[in-house]
Design a protein around this ligand. Structure first.
Ligand code: XMP
Length: 321
């Protein structure tokens, strides 16, 4: 079924919210729904929308999969508490790291994360809470890239012929699927979300695992997480669409304290884009890049090389995996 796009310029947020509230109530009926909040723009907007529709009949979970950014689970839960939306943090770190162990292929890595979310963690939560519907923040760009075979987005099923009810045992509802990121932000603002939630840079479902090339281990995630703190802090005023640090698999020769150090490489990416379909690297001031490099070289153990990506999307993609 073709999804009818609603362009941000044509979107009437209030009307959209009213319609979606009605639809969510209809789908959930007398039952209970769960929302899988990741703190990203899309899942935050879906959670606020579903809370408006369902109130106490919505259970919101933040899955701590071990691959989130620094302090993210607690930060997101406390922002939602301010909105009167209770969030339960579920510690699923071991399940995700076990599932990703030894996997180097990007699509297999994405698949391992997807399966752990939907077949294990959400299924357990659905069974425990007796929910019948899982609400999630899939947007049109996710569907298009998955359907085109560019990247298997972790949250796309029906559109590529997978029936979630059959595959996982519960229904999935996607109220934002007609929108792109710019439209989602408009809805978030109209719902009264804090600017720090609806206006934050996009962050992918596979989280920091999308930024580790090669197999994912807790140690590599800790390194890329540290570099991410530096990059996000330094670039938050850059007015860019998205920015990130990527940990490469290849090592290069460096030197430290007069000795050879066969060390790690971090790549910085910073993108200008409207809706993530096309993107160009931001022309950052050289001083900014130098400052970031210095902080990464001194603050992230084992790194001897820092690079800045100057390729456009396409042929690049925004995330590395
Ligand atoms: P790419 O890397 O495909 O990313 O150019 C386009 C936009 O989508 C985000 N992204 C994802 N979002 N699940 C998501 O919810 C995913 O699996 C996923 N992969 C990429 C990415 O951060 C960028 O904003």
């Amino acid at each position: 079924m073709k999804i009818q796009e609603i362009k941000a310029k044509d979107l009437r947020p209030k009307k959209f919210i009213e319609e979606k509230v009605r639809e969510i109530r209809e789908i959930v009926g007398d039952g209970i729904a769960i929302s899988a909040l990741s703190g990203g723009v899309d899942s935050s907007v879906v959670t606020a929308l579903a809370h408006k529709a369902l109130g106490k009949k919505l259970k919101t979970y933040f899955i701590d999969n071990g691959i989130m950014r620094e302090g993210e689970p607690k930060k997101v839960a406390s922002l939602f508490k301010e909105l009167g939306i209770p969030v339960t943090i579920v510690d699923a770190r071991a399940a995700f790291f076990n599932a990703m162990k030894g996997i180097t292929d990007p699509e297999l890595k994405r698949e391992a994360i997807t399966q752990t979310f939907y077949k294990k963690v959400f299924r357990d939560l659905v069974l425990k809470s007796k929910a019948t519907v899982l609400l999630q923040g899939t947007i049109l760009t996710d569907v298009e890239e998955t359907a085109a075979g560019i990247k298997r987005q972790h949250n796309v099923f029906a559109q590529i012929g997978i029936d979630p009810k059959k595959a996982f045992g519960y229904k999935i509802s996607e109220p934002l699927v007609q929108l792109r990121k710019d439209g989602v932000r408009k809805v978030g603002m109209a719902l009264g979300l804090q600017k720090s939630l609806f206006d934050r840079i996009p962050f992918p479902g596979p989280a920091l695992a999308a930024r580790v090339i090669g197999d994912v281990t807790p140690m590599k995630i800790a390194l890329v997480r540290k570099a991410t703190v530096i990059v996000e802090e330094e670039l938050k005023k850059a007015k860019a669409f998205q920015y990130m640090a990527i940990l490469h698999e290849d090592r290069v020769t460096g030197m430290r304290a007069g000795k050879r150090d066969f060390g790690l490489q971090i790549e910085i990416r910073c993108w200008d884009s409207i809706d993530a379909r096309k993107a160009t690297p931001t022309r950052l001031p050289w001083q900014t890049l130098e400052r970031i490099a210095g902080k990464i070289l001194s603050g992230v153990p084992g790194v001897v090389s820092v690079t800045y990506n100057v390729a456009t999307k396409p042929p690049s993609t925004i995330e590395a995996i």
